[in-house]
Design a protein around this ligand. Sequence first.
Ligand SMILES: Nc1ncnc2c1ncn2[C@@H]1O[C@H](COP(=O)(O)OP(=O)(O)O)[C@@H](O)[C@H]1O
Ligand SMILES: C[C@@](O)(CCOP(=O)(O)O)CC(=O)O
Length: 393
Amino acid sequence: MLNFQVKSPGKIILHGEHAVVYHKPALAAVVGVGTTLKFQNTTEDSSKVSFKLEALNTIFEIDIASFNAFLKRCRSKFSEYKLDNAVQLLEEVRLELAKQQDETIDLGSPKKQQTQKAFISIYYLLAGAILSSPVKDLELQQPFTITIDTELNIGAGLGSSASYGAALASAFLAYAQHFDLTNYKDEENQQLISLWAFESERVMHGTPSGIDNTVCTYGGMLRFVKGQGFQPVKILRPLHILLVDSKVKRSTADIVAKVRHLGETFPEVINAIWNACEALVNTAIPLYENFGTCQDDSEKFEKLEQLFQINNDLMKAIGVTHPKLEQIFSIAFKRGFFSKITGAGAGGYAIVLLPENYASNEVYWKLKEELEGAGFGVHATTAGGEGLRMEPL
Ligand SMILES: Nc1ncnc2c1ncn2[C@@H]1O[C@H](COP(=O)(O)OP(=O)(O)O)[C@@H](O)[C@H]1O
Ligand SMILES: C[C@@](O)(CCOP(=O)(O)O)CC(=O)O
C-alpha cells in the first residue's frame, strides 16, 4: 500500500438541525476546514500499527498478532461478514478493547471519554473494513502509522466526529482493497465510506441522523432526510460564512436527548416547530440554488437573512440557545448581520451569513474585532466546497 493522505471536511447545518432527527429534511454544507489523516508505511521492525491523534494528544497502538486473532474469532462467529453484523461486531470490539486496556498509551490527556470513543472507532472500522474485504481472509500485515490532525474544534457542532469517522473509513477501506486512490469517488465507494463513517458516528453519539457523515463524504450542499438519503443542492458558488466559536462545551447526545424529552412532553407544539423547519428548508433551497444567477442577488440574500433569523428563533423555542450564543447573535445583529445556531446548539458554533463582498466592507472587520474582543473564536470560510478527498503522499 502506498503512503497517502485523506482530507475530510467539517460541515455546518444551514437549516433543519434537530428536526432532521424526526425525519424532517435538513440542509447541510461542507466548510473549508477539516481533518487530515496521513497513512505511512513503517520501515522500522515493529509488531504494531499506531495511531497518533494530535487533537487528543494520544497514541493508540494495535498489536498486529492480537488483532489478527480477533479477526479470526470474528470470522468463526459471523460466517460471511456483512454490514448486517455491524451491531454484533461493535459489541465484540467493545469487549476486546476492555480486555486490552494495556495496549493504550495515554499521554496524560484528561479527555478520557473522547479518547475511548476515538479508539473504539478505529478498532471497529479497521476490523469492519478487513472482514468485509473483497480479498478473502485478509489480515493486518506490514506495520503502518496513521496520524490524524484537525482544524475543527471537537464537540462544537462542526461535525468533527463525522469528519474523523469518514477519514478513518476511507483509509481503512483503501487498505482493505475495497477501492484505491483512483476510484474512491465512484458512487458505490462513496456510499461505503459514508456508511462506515455513520458506524463511527454511532460510536460517538448513539443515534445520529446520518447527515454529518453524508455531507462530509460527498461535499457540496445537500438536502438530507433521515432514512431516505439525500439530494445535492446545485449551488453556483460556495456561500460565505463566518464561523463563531462560543467556546461553550456541550454534548450532542445530551442535547438531542433533552429535545426529545421536550417533544414527548408537548408533542403538538414541538411537531408544529418541526413542520415549520421543513417549510423553511424547502423555501431556502431555491434561494441557495439561484444565488449567483443574476447580477443583483440582494433580494435573495435578504430573504436568506430572514430565514436565518426565523430558523434561529425556532431553535431558541426548543431551548438550544445559550447566553454566550445570544451575545454572538446580538453583536452580529447590531452590525447588520444575521446569524444562527448550527448543529445541536446550547454552545458550540454559531454561523453568520456573509455577503459576497464582505472582505471589502468595513463593518465586517468591526464585527470580527468585536467578536474576538468578546473572547469568541472567529473564522471566515466558505460553505459548499469539495467533499472527502484522497491523494498520494
Ligand atoms: N481529530 C479527532 N481525533 C480523535 N477523535 C476525534 C477527532 N475529532 C472528533 N473525534 C471524536 O469525536 C467526538 C466528538 O463528537 P461530537 O460530540 O459529535 O462532536 P462534533 O459536533 O464536533 O462532531 C470526540 O469525543 C472524539 O471521540
Ligand atoms: C442536532 C442534530 O440534528 C445535529 C447535530 O450536529 P452536531 O453534532 O452538533 O455537529 C443531530 C443529528 O442530526 O444527529
